[in-house]
Ligand binder design. Structure first.
Ligand code: GLU
Length: 597
């Protein structure tokens, strides 16, 4: 592997850029100037690629990679820009998970930057005088805000895998915050459809709304040039002093003030909670699937384990021989999903607090036995959790948790010029999080990912609220390796609990049917995101023609619009191909660094 110190960047020989067309499906292939097509990592030296949900973010990642930055460097620049240009989905006021592949050392790390509950949080966090709050009451409150983990996680990853100086990585976002950026159609539409209110949410109103001569407020339209001086100031502090101002200094104080003075149910989040935050580097969870090794995020996310459980059951089938989108394939994936969600709902919570039976859940013989519960010609009305947790005893009586996550979140994939890869999913939970802002950032409402009820008739719930605990997530950043342990692909998506199904279905397209990245992302979506039969088919696609046949098998079917946001990169014959989900406004960019000896 080439040493970065001897690397001299002389220019980009080839840049294939398909950025700039809102909502258009994008694909980039940097085909020129490859001197070999053998497919080994070395032949890709200097090639880099980024796929992200917003063109400004893709451009920021590209700029950093073209300057010789590492995949982690690019991730930092991208997330700082997403916080500004896609604030409905993710940002520095939220949390994230990142898988990182260090190509020269063959080292895989899983970074957990999930929000934590303040020490003042109790199991009754989402109860009021009338009992348990409804989700839509809880999500706009100060109580819903967890300590944001993104900045600390990125600082930790940069200390371990950064190449460029930390301060450099914030420049694209600082530029956009100061000079302004053009509001995208998706951001403008989100302000309307997610009912950001000008009367109750004053910090958001002052930033996202304009007032006409009659005093009426209106959300900014697409095409508006929006500046964010407060965020520019936040970025300057972080760029200059690292994560300290965010967790112990003036940014922390702004966040605490916003939460403690929230107009609806203020939270207890304190300076001590901010100072106590620690990102966690964990071991990724991996499972052999066909000729590949598929790796995902371990708990506190449920994403990796659940994706792998579904694949582990599908491993017992002949899925590769079935037609793409065939009735048999949909039935099989749907039934395996139900069984995996049943285990997820029962067993997964923050591993610092509950003993998650990771090995039992991924045990090959356990998954084989679970796959035998799938009836070939009949849909189960509801799946029950298996005995994966039996060895941990205490879990036998644990109750299920119902996830009410709303679709937001952002996923991006990166490969740098040295072949290092990042697959990162970040979120503020609901669109525009808690509707509170501080330091020009939207503050998350991630604590609504906890079970609102601490227990049910079966016993205590693994994902109940507790002080300092991380709420269970569905985020599923994924990396796949081939039989030589070389990087094969990176993928992930937003979508709340549906993330797991989006990612699994796309992996089947890529690994069983060998589809190009963009085609796998484009596949019409079929979603079974729970243990009870509730199969959603993407409207206005060929899949809706399967609805009656699926109903005849016993599936409960609805046809509806489905908005995944998959962004992926796949290694192909000595270079990379990327894909961006046409259902959102993401782009792919690629380039080649030339090395001088
Ligand atoms: N908060 C969700 C999670 O961590 C993600 C929200 C979404 O994608 O809409 O799983």
């Amino acid at each position: 592997m080439k040493n970065r110190d001897t690397l001299l960047f002389v220019g980009l020989l080839v840049v294939v850029t398909l950025a700039g067309i809102w909502g258009a499906q994008q694909r980039a292939l940097d085909a020129a100037h490859t001197d070999s097509t053998s497919g080994s990592v070395n032949t890709r030296a200097g090639h880099f690629m980024v796929s992200a949900a917003n063109p400004h973010a893709t451009n920021a990642g590209y700029e950093i990679l073209a300057a010789g930055g590492s995949a982690v460097d690019a991730a930092i620049a991208i997330e700082a820009v997403l916080s500004l240009t896609e604030p409905q989905s993710s940002g520095l006021g939220g949390g994230a998970y990142m898988l990182h592949w260090q190509a020269d050392e063959g080292q895989l790390d899983a970074y957990d930057g999930r929000e934590t509950a303040p020490m003042g949080a109790t199991p009754e966090l989402f109860y009021n005088e009338d009992g348990q709050m409804g989700f839509f009451t809880a999500f706009r409150t100060g109580r819903a805000v967890g300590v944001p983990g993104v900045v600390a996680m990125l600082a930790q990853a940069h200390a371990e895998h950064g190449a460029l100086p930390w301060a450099e990585l914030f420049k694209p976002a600082q530029r956009l915050a100061t000079e302004g950026f053009i509001v995208s159609p998706r951001l403008a539409t989100s302000l309307v459809s997610y009912r950001v209110a000008s009367d109750r949410q004053t910090a958001m109103r002052d930033y996202f709304f304009t007032q006409n001569e009659d005093g009426a407020w209106a959300p900014v339209p697409a095409g508006h040039l929006l500046k964010n001086p407060a965020y520019a100031q936040t970025l300057s502090l972080i760029a200059e002093h690292g994560s300290a101002p965010f967790y112990t200094g003036e940014i922390a104080q702004e966040i605490v003030d916003a939460v403690q003075n929230a107009p609806v149910y203020p939270g207890t989040l304190s300076m001590a909670d901010m100072a106590a935050y620690e990102p966690i580097r964990r071991d990724a969870v991996c499972l052999p699937y066909r000729r590949f090794d598929v790796c995902g995020m371990p708990p506190s996310s449920s994403g990796g384990l659940t994706v792998l459980q579904i694949l582990g059951m599908l491993n017992e089938s002949n899925l590769g021989d079935l037609d793409v989108g065939s009735l048999e394939a949909i039935h099989l994936i749907t039934e395996a999903s139900k069984l995996a969600y049943a285990d997820r709902n029962r067993y997964i919570g923050d591993p610092a607090v509950v003993p998650v039976p990771i090995e039992g859940m991924l045990n090959k013989f356990y998954l084989r036995q679970r796959s035998r519960e799938i009836m070939p010609n009949h849909a189960a009305p509801k799946a029950l959790p298996g005995k994966a947790g039996i060895q941990t005893g205490a879990l036998k009586a644990w109750g299920d948790n119902v996830s009410k996550a709303q679709p937001s979140t952002s996923h991006f994939s990166i490969v740098d010029g040295d072949g290092n890869a990042v697959s990162m999913t970040a979120s503020v939970e609901a669109p525009f999080g808690s509707r509170l802002m501080a330091g020009g950032m939207v503050l998350n409402n991630q604590l609504t990912d906890f079970s609102f009820a601490p227990a049910d008739e079966n016993g205590p719930i693994a994902n109940a609220v507790a002080p300092g605990k991380r709420p269970r997530s569905s985020m599923s950043p994924t990396l796949v390796f081939d039989e030589n342990d070389d990087f094969y692909l990176a993928i992930g998506s937003p979508g709340g609990k549906r993330i797991i199904t989006y990612v699994t279905q796309t992996l089947v397209g890529l690994l069983d049917w060998d589809l190009p990245m963009q085609e796998a992302i484009n596949l019409p979506r079929h979603v079974q995101a729970g243990d009870a039969s509730n199969l959603e088919l993407e409207a206005n696609t060929a899949l809706s023609a399967q609805a009656d046949a699926l109903r005849a098998l016993g599936h409960t079917v609805t046809v509806k619009p489905i908005t995944s946001g998959l962004h992926g990169i796949k290694a192909v014959e000595g270079t990379y191909e990327g894909g961006a989900d046409p259902r959102r406004e993401g782009t792919v960019r690629a380039g080649i660094l030339e090395y001088l000896e």
